[in-house]
Design a protein around this ligand. Structure first.
Ligand SMILES: NC(=O)c1ccc[n+]([C@@H]2O[C@H](COP(=O)([O-])OP(=O)(O)OC[C@H]3O[C@@H](n4cnc5c(N)ncnc54)[C@H](O)[C@@H]3O)[C@@H](O)[C@H]2O)c1
Length: 348
């Protein structure tokens, strides 16, 4: 099978450190160009990998030998670049969040349908070994019927504050949509699409943030499952996405930064496997797991394989857009003080 010829757009941090490396490491892909509006950044990466560089993505997209692009630019320009790329006949792997509004997501999904190009969003938590294990345990009925799920995006952005796209007052990137889309996507993956949300927000940590920097949201999922999501980009804590899933038979506590997953069970599954427990309480089984936050290599493998085999990625445009829609509903609730039903009207 022929290699997928690819280029990365947006190189400063994630593009260079994750996308470029994952393409180069993939035996079914070939990096044929890179692009960044800042020439110095583009040239440095191009020189390192021996490929040409572009500072205008539209020039890059004219290349007929280019099959696919990955987008690691600021969230605000995901839509523009993705739509132009699909219009030019290229497949697209776009960093999370797919975009910052439902309207932008809709345009991207429409382009993907119209030009019959793959559109995949990098909701990478679905590829973290710890979260994969949590989902497997739930599907094996280890914790019974879920009644409550909570997740969080606790990530101190204090050192990122400055005149950059994350804090642009003219085009705000809300931390719920921009960052906590990870937590929302994880909860949706496990519990389905939230049907209604309600949220409070405040800004007590990052004065330069054009939006709230802390949000607590509660929500309803299908089958009367309840949910809660905590977002903070000013908290004094190590980055974490601690997630708790409560079921009728047990509970899972899991994180993508810990080396184990905790499974609490009401009844023992083999005494010797459990740590000592307090009488009459659920017993805890700690299952070792690889702590991998960004499993970019598997993400790239999936994208490349979908192009080669004509299959669709699980995290396609609609999945990415549903996560954005739920996040936007939370933001709207903080502003209106009302309960909000997410707009999933772009789904077929
Ligand atoms: N999956 C994850 O966990 C994860 C982690 C970090 C960042 N991200 C996402 O990756 C994306 C990039 O984040 P980052 O931290 O690397 O940002 P960054 O600011 O470090 O890099 C963005 C780069 O895009 C370039 N750029 C801006 N507009 C452009 C345009 N029109 N054409 C070409 N290049 C352009 C900038 O010059 C810059 O070099 C964001 O969408 C972010 O949300 C995802």
């Amino acid at each position: 099978m022929e290699k997928v010829r690819m280029a990365v757009i947006g190189l400063k941090t994630f593009g260079k450190n994750a996308h470029v490396k994952a393409i180069v490491a993939n035996e079914n892909a070939e990096l044929i160009a890179v692009c960044d509006i800042v020439e110095e950044i583009a040239k440095k990466v191009a020189d390192e990998y021996g490929v040409p560089y572009y500072t205008d993505y539209k020039e890059l997209l004219k290349r007929e030998d280019l099959d696919a692009i990955t987008i690691a630019t600021p969230d605000q320009v995901h839509r523009e670049i993705a739509v132009c790329a699909m219009e030019a006949g290229k497949h697209v792997l776009c960093e999370k969040p797919l975009a910052l509004s439902v309207e932008d997501c809709r345009a991207m999904i429409e382009a993907s349908r119209k030009y019959e190009r793959k559109l995949m969003v990098g909701q990478i938590c679905r590829l973290a070994p710890s979260f994969i294990l949590a989902k497997e345990l739930i599907e094996r009925d280890e914790i019974g019927e879920i009644f409550f799920i909570e997740s969080e995006y606790a990530h101190d952005y204090a050192k990122k504050v400055g005149p950059n796209w994350r804090f642009d007052p003219k085009s705000p990137r809300h931390p719920v949509t921009g960052g906590a889309c990870h937590a929302m996507d994880l909860m949706r993956w496990i519990a389905g699409d939230p049907t209604e949300v309600f949220a409070y927000g405040n800004k007590k940590m990052l004065a330069a943030c054009p939006t709230d920097d802390c949000v607590i949201a509660v929500m309803k999922f299908p089958n009367e499952v309840l949910g809660k999501m905590f977002t903070s980009i000013g908290c004094k804590r190590r980055y974490t996405m601690r997630t708790c899933i409560y079921g009728s038979k047990g509970t899972i506590i899991v994180d993508n930064t810990s080396a184990d997953l905790s499974l609490f069970r009401a009844e023992a599954m083999g005494e010797e496997m459990f740590s000592p427990s307090i009488e009459n309480q659920a017993v805890e089984l700690k299952i070792p797991v690889r702590a991998v936050k960004h499993n970019i290599h598997d993400e790239m493998r999936i994208f490349v394989s979908c192009i080669q085999n004509g299959t669709d990625p699980e995290t396609d445009g609609v999945e990415g857009a549903k996560t954005v829609a739920a996040c936007c509903a939370i933001v709207e609730s903080t502003l209106t003080g009302e309960k909000v039903k997410p707009d999933y009207s772009f789904a077929k």
